[in-house]
Design a binder for this molecule. Sequence first.
Ligand code: KG4
Ligand code: ZN
Length: 338
Amino acid sequence: MNILGIETSCDESAAAVYNTDKGVLSSELYSQIEIQKEFGGVIPEVASRSHLDKIDAMVKKALEVAKISLQEIDAVAVTTKPGLPGSLLIGLNFAKSLAYSLKIPLIGVNHLDGHAFSSFLENDVPFPHVCLTASGGHTNIYLMEDFGKYQILGTTADDAAGECMDKVAKFMGYPYPGGPVIERLAREEGFVDHYKFPRGKNQQDLRFSFSGLKTAVLYKLAEEKTFDLKTKKFIKPCDIELKRKIASSLLVCVKDIFIKKIKVALELYPQVKSVSFVGGVACNKYLKEQLGNFCKERGIQFFSPTPKFCTDNAAMIAYVGHYKAQHKQFDDLTLDIF
Ligand code: KG4
Ligand code: ZN
């Protein structure tokens, strides 16, 4: 069975083909990062227009790389939630039109299910499984017992982990995405925890909160007389030594928070056989290595996708589509976005 996956929830127009026997045949995407850069964030209207412009070419490219024709596609899986409404609508209507004209089933996919199952694209992951998803918009920890059978153990009460790093990097004068810059600066500082930023009050809790951490960083910058908390502007440029110390302390703090939550989840569910770390933040080699070591010490298998499957992609959407298709979980043309 060949499943075509389509993903347009934010600023990436992506298409992929997943084959039941052979796995990922193609995973293509167009990123709007260069277009959106000048606005300092994602402008929804700009995003929708760009999806409209690129989605046809991406689907054609995905078929070409997979070396199959449209007629060889057995079902179309598409992200329906969560995301920017206008952007989601472009992908959904494109998918509906394809399904209707080719007379093949349509499958709506939750973007977060895509991330949660992204490490299954390249590995045989045993259940029961704990997955930590960390991206620019989400921080979730799941207990997954089987395909389609999972529960969210904890989510963030405010900012996502990636968002926190993006904002701290922005305070220090770097463009989006801030995560890679934070990693580079932290590495230059040798991952030393200079400032011992707060790890959260209730450490037995599986809920996350990153806005307090972001504020703590701001206070530290203010203390160093570089940042004015009232105007949220720099009084003098933030020097590179301070940037390195901030980034290093921040990343070590995020690592400790992640490890603590995984530890709590493993204590609550001792039957768990494997852990995965997914989403854009999982591109971070330091976090990946530290979480991997933690699991290894406990004899728990650890998985984390290669970077192209950590960030938004359509292969993970096609993958969820494939297991939904095997259970005949199809949608009709009244399918809507959320
Ligand atoms: O999954 P993703 O591509 O998009 C969302 O759905 O949000 O994740 C983007 C996030 C951004 O916050 C970015 O800063 C973060 O992933 N990120 C990183 C790294 N590379 C990307 N965070 C930490 N370290 C990295 N190396
Ligand atoms: Zn995502």
